[in-house]
Design a protein around this ligand. Structure first.
Ligand code: ATP
Length: 307
């Protein structure tokens, strides 16, 4: 595989999602959300910062939001590439995709779950990410980005997978300068309008491998010391017997996921590490529904708590 091939694969995922005929309200709203993000990239962002130069970087921490955005980013890169060779007399296979690796920044802030670390490694090679990893625990977030920009002087804009419902997300814009206490760059935030359901619907349909922590009840992932499985997803046998347990709203996406030869209920998740299993076992936190059972945006960060 090459970056061009994985970008083309992501384009096929997106195109396939957009052509799904299913009357689910979530799928319809996710299609709208995809089109808005796509228009941002193709009409406002790429004409301003050439994605085939080093002007744009992607901020990536292995979480579900940035993975959903990465799929869309790669899909749009492929579309942008196709449109750039449209005038050529030669078919696409005669053109070389202009990028080999995607400039990516990962701020390695605090103690990270082993499962997440391994999943970041897998996605690093899966999506050809050229990851700048900040020195662990040495700096604050603005300091770490300052460091990154000093090493990558061409970077003018950084793509971020933040949503309106995230803390401090409500008043953000798709394209804006960093605040005065941050190093100067343009923040590119084309996922702002996405709901939690939109993110799960696309990710689960994509059939791309997602971080194994989500299957264990995590809904948003921070450091080991500040993240637990979401308490609203704790299994409750009594409620289950009475039919009051949480519901999987994405059965259709999972069964009909992109590239599945026949419908199965299997979700493509990364390996859950033994050390993380031990942490959860010692805390009595192993019996949870998967993260995608939670669709209430206001409860997404209920698992961001001290253990
Ligand atoms: P989840 O909420 O499930 O953990 P996520 O990590 O993608 O998913 P947030 O934690 O809300 O979402 O972070 C929003 C965005 O900010 C990320 O998508 C990513 O683009 C950026 N970001 C957050 N933390 C980091 C980090 N440590 N390094 C680089 N980028 C980051």
């Amino acid at each position: 595989m090459t970056l061009g091939e994985v970008a083309s694969h992501c384009y096929n995922i997106t195109t396939s999602y957009l052509s799904v005929s299913n009357d689910s309200a979530v799928i319809e709203s996710t299609k709208d959300a995809i089109q808005i993000t796509r228009n941002h990239f193709l009409q406002e962002i790429f004409p301003r910062w050439n994605p085939f130069s080093d002007q744009i970087s992607f901020s990536y921490n292995g979480g579900k939001d940035c993975q959903a955005l990465l799929i869309l980013y790669l899909s749009c890169l492929w579309e942008f590439f196709l449109s750039s060779i449209q005038v050529s007399q030669y078919p696409p296979e005669y053109h070389l995709f202009p990028l080999k690796f995607l400039p990516t920044v990962y701020i390695n802030q605090a103690e990270t779950f082993r499962t997440l670390e391994e999943s970041i490694e897998t996605t690093r090679s899966r999506y050809f990410l050229s990851v700048y990893e900040s020195p662990r625990n040495q700096t604050s977030m603005p300091e770490a980005f300052k460091n990154y920009l000093e090493h990558n002087t061409q970077t003018e804009a950084i793509v971020i997978g933040i949503r309106y419902t995230d803390p401090f997300g409500a008043d953000l814009k798709c394209i804006q300068k960093t605040d005065s206490d941050w190093p100067e760059f343009m923040r590119i935030q084309p996922l702002l309008h996405w709901s939690l359901s939109n993110v799960w619907s696309l990710l689960l349909y994509s059939n791309e491998e997602i971080c194994g922590l989500y299957e264990k009840g995590f809904t948003s992932v921070g450091s080991v010391n500040s993240t637990v499985p979401n308490p609203y997803l704790k299994r409750n046998p009594v409620a289950e017997r009475e039919g009051n347990g949480p519901e999987n709203h994405f059965k259709w996406e999972i069964r009909n996921a992109f590239g599945k030869e026949e419908p199965t209920d299997e979700v493509h998740v990364s390996r859950f590490s033994d050390s993380d299993a031990k942490i959860l076992q010692e805390a009595g936190q192993l019996d949870y529904y998967p993260g995608w059972f939670l669709v209430d945006d206001s409860l997404e960060r209920a698992g961001r708590a001290r253990r």
